[in-house]
Design a protein around this ligand. Structure first.
Ligand SMILES: Nc1nc2c(ncn2[C@@H]2O[C@H](COP(=O)(O)OP(=O)(O)OP(=O)(O)O)[C@@H](O)[C@H]2O)c(=O)[nH]1
Length: 266
């Protein structure tokens, strides 16, 4: 068992080194990946989000009294998964999201789960996935029953939740924390952490090859602490790290704090 999970967890005092967990959010466009991510980070529901942006956010969390440095990659695959290595090799756990009012997004979530299973088989290294049926507030328009969601999750041996990015924050937070717990269990099992391809202030030595391999044009880093925004609740101590893909870069030239620009915040 890694020392990260030994005594420090029990003490969880100020000296405890935070556990590092990378979480990737996958799913069809419009499933609500960004809305869930933003809800988790800010307690806010944001109704519009640029679908071409792919960002990785960083947040200091406490899960079961243990400090966790959580990085959340809000992926933006085009219609089909592409350049998946950027998250397959990075994440310790996955949230696979579908919108319960879209049969197509449910079918795509199945494809993502298959992709993860295949990757686990090929690498002999499994990462936990949680299946999320989002837009529970739209349940009257559902095209996917809860039983179908549960059955799909059961098929791939993952946890299943129905959630809503625009209902209570606690439920969304619970789901993200469950993902951390799953990742932590897996890390404990293997007693090793996956290599990261970004760090907050400085590039890791292997960043350049990965950048080339995955077509990431550049990485830029921003923190919420540099932004003065009335809407940000005090509880949101999330720092943001923005990693721009080449697609995102082509849409926007200047590095900006994407989360808070041009959104309607309720
Ligand atoms: N009613 C409702 N709408 C939601 C919910 N989550 C997201 N939406 C809406 O669904 C649309 C798509 O949400 P996004 O968060 O952009 O979805 P996404 O999966 O990130 O999609 P891409 O950015 O295109 O990959 C937006 O109009 C959101 O406001 C939810 O829980 N309930």
């Amino acid at each position: 068992m890694s020392s990260v999970f030994g005594k420090p967890r029990a003490g969880s005092g100020p000296q405890s080194a935070p556990l590092e967990v990378n979480l990737a959010i996958l799913g069809r466009r419009g499933a609500g990946k960004s809305a869930l991510t933003v809800k988790f980070l800010t307690r806010r529901f944001i109704s519009e989000y640029d679908p071409n942006l792919e960002d990785t956010y960083s947040s200091e969390e406490t899960v079961d009294h243990q400090p966790v440095h959580l990085r959340v990659m809000d992926t933006a695959d085009p219609d089909t998964p592409r350049n998946c290595e950027r998250y397959l090799n990075w994440a310790h756990a996955f949230l696979v999201v579908y919108s319960m009012d879209s049969r197509q997004s449910f079918e795509d979530s199945s494809s993502y789960l298959e992709l993860l299973a295949l990757h686990a088989k090929e690498t002999q290294r499994s990462s936990p996935a949680l299946l999320l049926g989002n837009k529970l507030d739209m349940a009257q328009y559902r095209q996917v029953t809860k039983a179908e969601g549960a059955a799909l999750a059961g098929k791939f041996g993952c946890l299943f939740f129905e959630v809503s990015a625009c209902l209570d924050f606690e439920h969304v937070q619970h789901v993200f924390h469950e993902a951390v717990r799953e990742a932590r269990r897996e890390l404990e099992k293997h007693s090793l952490a996956r290599p990261l391809f970004i760090s907050e202030e400085r590039a890791l030595p292997h960043q350049a090859p990965l950048t080339a391999r995955h077509g990431l044009a550049s990485c830029t880093f921003n923190t919420l602490s540099t932004v003065s925004l009335k809407e940000m609740p005090a509880v949101a101590q999330a720092k943001l790290v923005t990693v721009k893909s080449s697609r995102a870069q082509s849409k926007r030239k200047a590095p900006t704090l994407t989360l808070l620009k041009g959104f309607k915040i309720f």
